[in-house]
Design a protein around this ligand. Structure first.
Ligand SMILES: NC(=O)CCC(=O)C(=O)O
Length: 266
């Protein structure tokens, strides 16, 4: 019988003030303090996509965090002070003259462990007109365990999560700003990514309204068997779940999907 490897997760399902980074940094700090102030301390905290600016795309060049510096200073200090791993949602960050949609992550000592910029830009929300896509995959190590990062629209591309799973990922983190009327797509795609890759999927979606767009939350933790361990509603909340990473090994042993693949045929 293999050893359990437990992780306590906290998902900050929050509203985002569009085009107001100062407000969003302040609100997030309050919520982070609430997240760590729990009897069962989180090992990992995650929050939504583009939490610093929202989709303020027409002003994004002025608002984006230059080289992610403000975010790095804020969140690496928080991670170290509170001894918690942080998957920093994603932010609009600016590198030279390009704005990207980037996840940064830190370990408990405040060391940066991941940087992944969204590779599939979502045309329905005009991302491709204002943002540049990343060119590298988001595979990293969290507490010695291989983990993957994808952002929102990325979940529609099963090749991406399969590649990360083949490269070793046992847990996938997905910050998002995914609105109505596509709740059915969100839930179904996340569950499919968990089941087909026999991995944990940890998704954090925003709530609230931006113009005429309504974001529905429904952040979820899904286990490698496809069971939903926790799911938000449409309100702000800190969602919590404890996962056992050995469950990935057990499920992969029960139905050996990775051994049964026939990649020479497809
Ligand atoms: N921010 C996004 O990538 C939204 C993706 C989305 O809503 C979808 O339906 O896909």
């Amino acid at each position: 019988m293999s050893q359990s490897q437990l992780l306590n997760l906290a998902l900050i399902q929050m509203d985002i003030a569009i085009g107001e980074p100062d407000v969003n940094y302040a609100v997030l700090e309050t919520k982070l303090l609430e997240a760590v102030d729990a009897a069962q301390k989180p090992d990992v905290i995650i929050f939504p996509e583009m939490w610093n600016t929202g989709y303020a795309l027409t002003e994004i060049h002025q608002l984006a965090d230059v080289n992610g510096e403000r975010t790095k200073a804020f969140l690496s200090t928080f991670a170290r002070t509170h001894q918690v791993n942080i998957i920093g949602g994603s932010i609009a960050d600016k590198k030279e003259d390009r704005v990207l949609n980037t996840i940064y992550a830190w370990d408990r000592e405040g060391n940066e462990i991941a940087e992944y910029s969204k590779i599939h830009l979502f045309r329905l929300m005009d991302e491709e007109k204002f943002l540049h896509s990343g060119e590298q995959l988001g595979l990293f190590e969290l507490e010695g365990v291989p983990a993957g990062a994808m952002i929102c629209y990325d979940i529609r591309f099963p090749e991406l999560s399969r590649k990360l799973a083949l490269d070793g990922a046992r847990i996938m983190f997905v910050p998002a700003e995914w609105p109505h009327p596509r709740l059915h797509h969100w839930r179904t795609l996340l569950m499919a990514r968990a089941i087909e890759n026999q991995m944990y999927v940890v998704s954090c979606n925003r709530v609230g309204t931006s113009g005429t767009t309504n974001f529905f939350g429904h952040s979820m933790v899904i286990d490698p068997w496809g069971e939903v361990l926790v799911e938000g509603d449409e309100n702000e909340a800190i969602l919590r779940a404890t996962i056992d990473l050995e469950e990935v090994v057990r499920v992969r042993g029960k139905i050996p999907v990775f051994e049964d693949r026939r990649p020479h045929l497809y």
